[in-house]
Design a protein around this ligand. Structure first.
Ligand SMILES: [Zn+2]
Length: 265
């Protein structure tokens, strides 16, 4: 058995990688370790082992908590990553100390984890997540506003850009409904004729905001005005649209809604 050769071959593949990333999921592993799922700038979503980070004396402890955004040094061998150094850039402390904000932020993390691909860089997705967490915490923007922007924009990035020009059936009538499964607008007449799938009413105000969020420059996502009533309407649409297009619900979303609206009997 050419054992020596095998070892040499394995040694050759060890390398150090530097990148930045945000922790989407942190799972305890053995006594002192954690397994982290991280959305990184250069490698997309990756899983890494962080050794000894449950100890209070470990300098990487803060960087290994949920939502922490850090500069990371990783040791990579045959597609496996071990965290060797971390310098924290943002912990989103305002969110960590508020149960409601933390649960909404956790929903953002879970959705991002669902959409992000292993080892496929997604800089726009990373920047959307960071900007929306910053908007919730530091900028203290209204939760429902940030939630609806995140949900719609994430759908667009994940390949589910809705069709928002006019009525998707006749292309003539004034759009008054949004078809959740088809991701298109219907006029009242065509919505009446359509007998499958959920159509949700969309007012002029929420349609304007819907178009803005889907088409705006990523740095100007928060620069529009919307009435409370239109925001409420848009929020129902964006949540239904995201869950329908991704084909699943999210336990973090259920928990957030329980905090907001109480437990349904
Ligand atoms: Zn029509």
């Amino acid at each position: 058995m050419p054992v020596g050769m095998d070892l040499e071959a394995q040694k050759g593949t060890i390398m150090f990688v530097k990148t930045k990333g945000i922790v989407l999921r942190a799972t305890d592993y053995q006594d002192q370790d954690k397994i982290l799922t991280v959305l990184t700038e250069d490698l997309g979503k990756i899983t890494m082992k962080a050794r000894g980070v449950k100890s209070s004396r470990n300098t990487m402890k803060a960087a290994c908590q949920l939502m922490a955004y850090s500069e990371l040094t990783l040791l990579e061998q045959q597609g496996r990553y071990v965290l060797t150094e971390a310098s924290t850039k943002e912990l989103f402390m305002e969110l960590q100390s508020d149960l409601e904000l933390m649960s909404l932020g956790s929903y953002f993390l879970q959705v991002t984890e669902t959409v992000a691909q292993e080892q496929d860089p997604a800089p726009e997705l990373l920047s959307l997540l960071l900007n929306m967490l910053y908007a919730l915490g530091t900028l203290k923007k209204p939760q429902l506003l940030v939630k609806t922007i995140f949900e719609l924009r994430l759908c667009c990035l994940a390949g589910f850009l809705p069709s928002l020009d006019g009525c998707g059936k006749c292309n003539q009538g004034e759009p008054e409904y949004f078809h959740i499964l088809n991701g298109e607008l219907y006029c009242a007449h065509c919505a009446d004729l359509c007998n499958e799938g959920i159509r949700m009413p969309v007012s002029r105000g929420s349609l304007e905001a819907l178009r803005y969020i889907c088409y705006a420059d990523g740095k100007r996502l928060l620069s529009f005005k919307i009435s409370d009533k239109a925001l409420e309407e848009l929020c129902s649409i964006s949540e239904a649209y995201l869950c329908s297009q991704l084909g699943q619900g999210f336990y973090t979303l259920d928990f957030y809604k329980t905090l907001l609206y109480g437990v349904k009997s």
